[in-house]
Design a protein around this ligand. Structure first.
Ligand SMILES: [Zn+2]
Ligand SMILES: [Zn+2]
Length: 144
């Protein structure tokens, strides 16, 4: 797998920050297991770093646009953003909170650009959230 550590290092360096062990751990954990809620992130890293450190690293990563908050209802999950993430959309299961990444469809991407253009709007980014019930949950409870 292609390692993004060098990119992370230069991004931090540009902000006069260094790549510490804690920062690398948070980055790797989100990269491998994201999107993650703050609690999930803390429980996956708490054998090595404490909660306060995780919060500080996430704050820094948000400022530097390494990580962004994916809003799901009134909760959020953390995922890599900008240069560290390729553009994709999400299907979120309302029952088990599982998030499935989906490839962007050309039709949808084009439609969004056209809608923005029609308003003379300079498009910077978009999120598209689709909620429903995943296959697993439907199998467990067909009446759901
Ligand atoms: Zn589900
Ligand atoms: Zn899109």
């Amino acid at each position: 797998m292609y390692s993004q550590n060098e990119d992370l290092k230069s991004k931090l360096k540009a902000a006069h920050q260094s790549l510490t062990k804690a920062r690398l751990l948070v980055f790797d954990t989100i990269q491998l297991h994201g999107p993650l809620s703050m609690n999930e992130l803390v429980s996956r890293t708490d054998s090595q770093i404490d909660r306060a450190t995780v919060y500080r690293v996430v704050d820094l990563f948000e400022q530097l646009e390494i990580v962004s908050k994916l809003q799901i209802g009134w909760k959020y999950k953390l995922e890599l953003s900008g240069q560290f993430s390729s553009h994709h959309h999400h299907l979120t299961c309302l029952n088990c909170s599982k998030i499935i990444d989906i490839e962007p469809s050309e039709t949808i991407e084009k439609a969004i650009a056209e809608m923005a253009n029609a308003q003379g709007f300079k498009l910077k980014a978009h999120q598209l959230e689709i909620t429903g019930i995943c296959q697993n949950c439907q199998q467990k409870d067909p009446g759901i």
